[in-house]
Structure formats: structure tokens, C-alpha cells
Design a binder for this molecule. Structure first.
Ligand code: ZN
Length: 368
């Protein structure tokens, strides 16, 4: 009990100092989700059930509200939190997990990680609060701006840059951004700071880029989304992925680092295949729908690996400043990549058909 009392006092003062700082800076960083998570967990740990009201407060708190509405519905998080923490329900943990695993790939792949994440967030509450304090500290935010500023002009944090912190094993690029925390000690301070800098890049770039994306379901909408995310994620990954994992012997054994290395190995093939699909799209209107679908399933993880490969190639040949110049020029990013690839001799370029197809899309959807 003493531990929880001490925790609540720490939590209280952390949040008070956080709130007053956030107000001063016009920051829109919310941590209510973390507080609501610990509140229902504490009720469950005493083997009681939170009331409907308690669960509503949890489900409606910033961050969880979006996950509930857009992804999971009201019951998923409630069910797994209950079996993870309520002593008399813990025996049904695998039964509940199996029930969800049958509902689809996402649950099958991620439910174990999610439940383990929730448990670890409970056992390291003090680190979670220390993390929140660190990430909203003015020195941290200066560093965030500095890192983002390497790849886009006028890197400022204003109230439009909104982040909701919650206890969860993943993050989401919604607006506001959702950053999930489970065990902050697993990542270094630099990893956390650069992740926020990556998100700030998206926020500024998306506000300023003069793209007019077609509505969902309209012609070109899928291919434009693919092109848009390759550019967006490619440069953003230079901020954290490149700096942290590309050439860093200290982090080389981390899971993230291993994944990046593994993915980068086959990006040449991905880009060559992408080039073939785009050149077919340039002449084949009647199968545009199928081809756009092929392109978007080829470009995995919202364009991160392919975009990073392209940005890295540009960086190697023309340097960081050139990438910064391209921050708001999605199509030129592809043309400059093509030149860099040809110059470097170690990356696939694009065919003339692909380039003229890109030019046509650029004329239609991009205003300088
Ligand atoms: Zn991103």
C-alpha cells in the first residue's frame, strides 16, 4: 500500500508540474490515459470490478478514445486488462486471448505483446511517470525541434502538434498522435526523443505540403497515398531510424535494429518491382485499380522501409541538406532519388515510363 501511496503522490506532482508547463508552452500533450489506466488497474488488483462509469472514463480518455472508436470497440482493452490484473479472473487469460486470436490477424499477432506490455507498465509505474516528465521537459522539446529542424525548415512545436500518451504496446500516427508506453526503460532517452521528432516532422510536413490527395475510392487515390507515404515516412525515418539503427554498434542487437537491417536488404527488389508496376500504370488505364492495389501491398509498413531506402540513397549522394530541400516536394523526392540511384550505381533507378507517369500525377495533384 505504501508503494501505491508513494506512487500516487509522485503521479500527482508530476502531473501538476507537467500541466503547468504544458499550459505555459501552449503544448497539447495529454497523459490522462495513463492515469485512467492505473486507476482501473488498481481497482482490479483489489479483486473488485470497475463500474461502468470507471470503464467509460477509461475508454473516453485521450488516446484510448480513438483506439476504442476506430480500432477495437469498447470491450477488447477492458477484457484483456481484466484478465491481466484481476486475481480471480487471471485463470481465464489464455481463454480470452484465444477468443480474440480467432477474430483476426491483428489480434493473433499482437495480443500477447499487448498483454505483456500492460503488465510491464504496471510494474514500472515510476519509470512511466519519469518518462512523461522527461519527454515534456523544455530541454527535451528543444532537442526535438533541433532534430526535426535538420529535415524541415521552421521546426516549431505549437498547439497543433498534439500527442496523447497512453499505456499501450504500440503508437499511432493519428491526429493527435498516440504514443504508447509500456516499459520506457527498454528504450533509451534518445530513442524516445527522436520518435517524437519523427512525429513532429509528419505534423509540420502534412500541414504545409501542397498536395491535393484524391478522396478515398476515387481514381489515383491508392497510388497517391502510396507515393505520399513513401516520401513522408522516408524522410521522417532519417530522423530516428537512420540515426539510431543504421550504423550504431551499441544498438545493433536491438529488435528494431535487426528488423531495419533485415527489411533494408530486400528494398532494391521492392523498388524495382514498384518501378515495373508504375510503368505499367503509365500505359494501362483499364487495370489501374488492380495495379494500384499491387503497388500498395508491395509497399509495406506505410512506406517506411522503401521510403527510408530512398532517403538514405539521396543522403549518401547529395547529403542531408538536399533531403531538407525535398521535405515538401514529394514528387521531386522520387526524381532526385532516381538521379542518386544512377549516380551511386548501387540502387535501382526508374524507367522513363515511370518518370513520365509521376510527372502526370504531379501536374494533377501537386501545387508548388
Ligand atoms: Zn512515421
Amino acid at each position: 500500500m505504501n508503494y501505491y501511496l508513494r506512487f500516487l503522490i509522485t503521479l500527482f506532482f508530476t502531473l501538476i508540474s507537467f500541466v503547468s508547463f504544458a499550459q505555459k508552452c501552449g503544448l497539447n500533450f495529454k497523459t490522462d490515459g495513463i492515469v485512467e489506466f492505473y486507476r482501473v488497474v488498481d481497482i482490479l488488483k483489489s479483486d473488485k470490478s470497475p463500474s461502468e462509469d470507471d470503464w467509460n472514463r477509461f475508454n473516453n480518455s485521450p488516446g484510448y478514445d480513438v483506439l476504442t472508436k476506430l480500432e477495437f470497440g469498447k470491450n477488447y482493452l477492458r477484457d484483456i486488462i481484466t484478465v491481466a490484473f484481476k486475481p480471480s479472473e487471471q485463470k481465464s487469460e489464455s481463454e480470452v486471448k484465444n477468443r480474440y486470436k480467432k477474430q483476426g490477424n491483428y489480434y493473433r499477432l499482437f495480443i500477447d505483446e499487448t498483454v505483456n506490455g500492460l503488465k510491464s507498465a504496471d510494474s514500472c509505474r515510476e519509470s512511466v511517470m519519469k518518462f512523461v516528465k522527461m519527454i515534456t521537459d523544455s530541454k527535451t522539446l528543444d532537442k526535438v525541434k533541433e532534430e526535426t529542424g535538420k529535415y524541415i525548415d521552421d521546426a516549431v512545436i505549437d498547439s497543433l502538434f498534439a500527442v496523447n500518451f497512453i499505456v499501450f504496446s504500440d503508437s499511432r500516427g493519428y491526429d493527435p498522435i498516440i504514443i504508447g508506453i509500456t516499459d520506457p526503460d527498454k528504450s533509451t532517452e534518445e530513442e524516445h526523443i527522436l520518435l517524437v521528432a519523427h512525429e513532429l516532422f509528419h505534423n509540420l510536413r502534412n500541414k504545409r505540403v501542397k498536395l491535393q490527395l484524391p478522396e478515398r475510392g476515387e481514381p489515383d487515390s491508392r497510388i497517391m497515398n502510396t507515393i505520399n507515404s513513401i516520401h513522408n515516412e522516408g524522410i521522417a525515418d532519417m530522423i530516428n531510424v537512420h540515426k539510431l539503427y543504421a550504423d550504431n554498434p551499441e544498438l545493433i542487437n536491438k529488435i528494431e535494429s535487426q528488423r531495419v537491417i533485415k527489411e533494408q536488404k530486400y528494398q532494391k527488389s521492392v523498388i524495382s518491382a514498384f518501378d515495373i508496376i508504375l510503368s505499367e500504370l503509365s500505359v494501362n488505364k483499364e487495370s489501374a485499380d488492380e495495379l494500384e492495389g499491387m503497388a500498395s501491398s508491395l509497399i509495406t509498413r506505410s512506406g517506411h522501409p522503401a521510403g527510408y531506402f530512398m532517403a538514405k540513397t539521396i543522403n549518401k549522394v547529395y547529403g542531408e541538406k538536399e533531403l531538407k530541400r525535398l521535405a515538401l516536394k514529394p514528387f521531386e523526392f522520387f526524381y532526385v532519388y532516381n538521379n542518386a540511384a544512377k549516380k551511386s550505381g548501387s540502387a535501382p533507378g526508374f524507367s522513363n515510363e515511370t518518370l513520365s507517369y509521376l510527372k502526370r500525377l504531379e501536374a494533377k495533384y501537386f501545387r508548388e
